[in-house]
Design a binder for this molecule. Sequence first.
Ligand SMILES: Cc1ncc(COP(=O)(O)O)c(C=O)c1O
Length: 433
Amino acid sequence: MARARKNGHPDVHLNLNVRGLPQSATLEINERSARLAAEGREVFRFGLGQSPFPVPSGVVEALKANAHQKDYLAVKGLAELRQAVADYHHRKQHVERSAEDVLIGPGSKELMFLLQLVYYGDLVIPTPSWVSYAPQAHIIGRQIRWLETRAENNWRLVPDELERLCQQDPGRPRIVILCYPNNPTGGTYRVSELKRLAKVARRYRVVLLSDEIYGELHHKGEHDSIARFYPEGTIISSGLSKWCGAGGWRLGTFTFPSSLRWLLDAMAVVASETFTATSAPIQYAAVRAFQGGLRIENYLSHSRRILRTLAGRLVKDLRKAGLAVATPDGAFYLLVDFGPQRGKLAARGITTSEQLCAKLIDDTGVAILPGSVFGRPPAELTARLAYVDFDGAEALTASAEVATDQELTQHFLDRHCGRVLRGVERLCEWAGG
Ligand SMILES: Cc1ncc(COP(=O)(O)O)c(C=O)c1O
């Protein structure tokens, strides 16, 4: 693992909270995949959660048209973009927010870090959770409290679990992060579940960070925000990285309730002393993305249909091979549980998810991430598979040829997502062998 010592310097001069922290697990697996590929091995890149789809052409055009924008922008973001983001949440989630409630940053990840930095409270997250929430809390020196979920419940957080934790010290300040559609499981919450969670969040006045970066990638386009049910305490996190295919552009958004304006202002103070403002051309282009319109809706509905069809097929293949998989509702992830094959795997010396992923990539070239990096117990044989290793531009073009009221066929998947199918086939053979 790439630790702080890698460059040869003794790590005794490092801040205590950073000492011993490995590099982000997703980047690590990506580098390992790249190394194998450079050796001429076939690699199936199911590790890094990057959208397979290109940035919509209208948004690319907007970026080109704004390449000349060279001035530093306001620290909280371009006024026009902040308005477009507020309008977007109103249009999509029926959440009333104004432009002044929006903070723009170089990725939602950076904004999450700033939030944890300025708000003195515990970080409360369900297990499994996205890889970076906990390391951020660790770096800042916040306490991390994990909330249990169960596979039988598709790894969803149940309100009683949150209640149980909050009851222990009702007045304690907390940031609770809820991510849906979820990374790493692909699952999401029903409205009734969001309402019940919102009730508990309100009772204990937690700051609820609703990570909706995959909201537009709900496979049926039916994403709902918990901000509707706990508006006064919910910050909605979004950005261009997933639904707009623009992870490398680095633009994230936080949308606050007016009651938490003081938090936004505090984050802006730190932003002004660190990144100053988000890249100007990217912000101008993002206005176009958040304003939406027919072409973007079209792009989204094709993206969803491809992901939905592919996910359905993969779940079937994996289950047929005797593996357990949580049913996905959105995003581009599956949480695969190799537990049913535990005996066979143990006979091959595999007893942890980390060993499993290391052996899998060495034997087959299939890169997936161990459940342990998402906060699952090391000996649980879960792993996240990101089914993104296909040419999204080609798949979108082909999908445009199929009537929108029809489902895509298996033949479509064979032709346009063949690498993903082949990689999963190898994984299944390996697990059963
Ligand atoms: C659940 C989740 N939240 C937040 C992010 C951060 O996205 P960005 O910083 O690109 O906005 C990611 C990226 O992988 C993610 O998967």
